[in-house]
Write a protein that binds this ligand. Sequence first.
Ligand code: ATP
Ligand code: FE2
Length: 340
Amino acid sequence: MKNKKTGEYYCLGIESTADDFSIGISTFKGEILANIISAYIPEKGGIHPREAARHHAEVASQVLEEAFRKSGLKPRDLLVIAFSQGPGLGPCLRTGATVARALASYLNLPLVGVNHCIAHIEIGKLTKRVKDPVTLYVSGGNTIVSAFDLGRYRVFGETLDIALGNCLDSFAIEAGLRQSHGMPFGAMVEKLARKGKKLIPLPYTVKGMDTSFSGLLTAAVNLLKKGEHKLEDLCYSLQETAFSMVTEVTERALAHTEKKEVLLTGGVAANKRLQSMVEAIAEEHNAKFCVVPSEFAVDNGAMIAWTGVLAYKSGLVTPIEKSFVKLKWRLDEVEVPWVK
Ligand code: ATP
Ligand code: FE2
């Protein structure tokens, strides 16, 4: 309900599509009051969906408590509960959805199922004061070039197989790199790539507007195993090739749509080399270039809370009996009446 002291309304958002469990709280005006993220870091290798889901279940109440503490709000101050309904890993999504349903029914509040990919775009627009961008969203699970047209965010290009972040992570794992101090694999590849000098030819695959990284990954791993090249040069070449592919597609989407803003988001957006490549094409097309700040570029609850606000204000709610998770929910399936 409306807070008597502040006259504000609040939405709590739950994010749990993959390896992060996060809860954010947003006012109806878009002020983010809390954004607590608990990352699941596997002991070795990639994410195991059930292990990640177990992590989410274990930390849920602690993250919730922390979000209330940070925001200074009480559960009864809330007006809406939003959650990431998809796309993502089944066990992880279900854990977040269960927490959301429990909260909504206990507090007798409306529930809003949010599309995770749309949430990435909306929080980027909010935090960077961008209105109508071409968005390049690159993470461990997604590689999408999107822009708004006729009632929906359209997909201009996407990966045909693995995501860009997954390609970097898999290469790092094959190279025997170990995650330490919470440094993501992609950041380790970036650090090594900075010392790389030699550009080794690797498969560059853009089909129409779509990208493919699995052949690139296989080729890079094969060269790694041969041991003829320095790891630094391989990291450098992998980055140059993969980033050129997504930049090419982003540029074509920009030329086609004639939008005046480019937004870079997702975990891989933290990469300085990728930033400079995308910035260069934005400049060429006289478009403003923005990188979403890391806290809001990685998977986070604040983006779900804010998109929940936008959806709720447009009259969209998700009855509990229809709140099943959607593992392959595409962003272009969703009407976004709040975007004009
Ligand atoms: P999603 O569910 O949206 O697919 P995710 O679970 O992959 O997201 P994110 O935190 O958005 O989570 O992205 C993580 C990815 O970002 C990982 O692949 C990681 O290696 C990559 N990454 C993080 N920092 C960097 C960096 N500096 N350079 C390149 N990649 C990076
Ligand atoms: Fe994400």
